[in-house]
Design a protein. Structure first.
Length: 281
């Protein structure tokens, strides 16, 4: 898949068009208003966390928590509009705002469309203080737009214990026998809502230098679960572009939005490397 970049000026011109495999540069609220209703299959967003820090790549300083929630609410409403009825949204935040945003998500997407609060236990970094536990997880709020959302069951790795238990093999695969009945090994255990996925180490090939970059395994799990080949995936705070890279790798269509033009340069480089390595294979 090839991809394009659209650089937007301060004055945004409505065209009622949405370009696929494109990085949009500008205010995601204004850009999403140009997208047709019910046009996106999956939204993953990793917005500012209300850290009150300036990361250079983006400014995470807000007037106060009320302003931040209002700022996020306006964008979540637009995301609800453009999400398909079979679509899902994964809102990635942390302890600072998860409880505030859960209330807003219940109002916008519907209390009954809440599916999971996923705990991403990343392990590295996040030291604690003298009177607190170490903070080593983020929160991902997973909602659907209806009960007909795409959900492809994912399983963990097959453990040595499972291999020992399913010790017989025939033309259908490995199986165990219980009460004279065969039970075939379908894979590892079904995934639960606590995900132990390491954050990116300083020496990892994935590392781009972007301060809030998320690991490829995290996005791979979300995209495999809540989209199908050719689904359209949107990341409205695309940053280092991991969502786009994994969507490309898995044969999905994608759209990224970011306020920082450097995101386009970074994503261009990452996808070019991906396509070059794919071509070599």
């Amino acid at each position: 898949m090839g991809f394009k970049t659209i650089i937007l000026c301060d004055i945004y011109i409505r065209t009622n068009k949405m370009k696929i495999n494109t990085i949009y540069i500008g205010d995601n609220l204004q850009i999403m208003k140009d997208f047709p209703s019910e046009s996106i299959d999956l939204i993953y967003l990793d917005p500012p966390f209300f850290t009150q820090r300036d990361f250079i790549e983006f400014d995470d300083r807000f007037k106060n928590i009320d302003y931040y929630i209002s700022w996020m609410k306006n964008r979540l409403i637009e995301m609800y509009r453009i999400l398909k009825l079979t679509g899902s949204i994964y809102l990635h935040v942390d302890w600072r705002t998860v409880h505030y945003l859960k209330i807003e998500m219940d109002k916008i997407f519907g209390y009954n469309n809440f599916q999971n609060e996923i705990i991403w236990h990343y392990g590295l970094g996040g030291g604690g203080g003298k009177k607190t536990y170490s903070k080593k997880h983020d929160n991902i709020l997973y909602y659907s737009k209806s009960k007909n959302n795409i959900f492809n069951i994912q399983r963990g790795e097959i453990t040595p214990q499972m291999k020992a238990k399913y010790c017989h093999t025939d033309e259908k695969g490995k199986y165990m026998i219980s009460k004279n009945k065969k039970y075939y090994l379908k894979g590892g255990k079904l995934l639960d809502d606590v995900w132990d996925i390491s954050s990116i180490s300083p020496t990892s090939y994935e590392r781009t230098g972007y301060p809030t970059q998320k690991p490829e395994k995290l996005l791979e799990r979300i995209i495999k679960t809540s989209s199908n080949p050719n689904s359209i995936i949107l990341d409205p705070f695309v940053g280092s572009g991991t969502t786009c890279v994994i969507a490309e790798k898995l044969g999905r269509k994608w759209i990224g939005i970011d306020i920082n033009p450097k995101s386009q340069e970074l994503i261009n480089k990452r996808i070019s490397i991906l396509n070059k390595n794919t071509f070599k294979k």
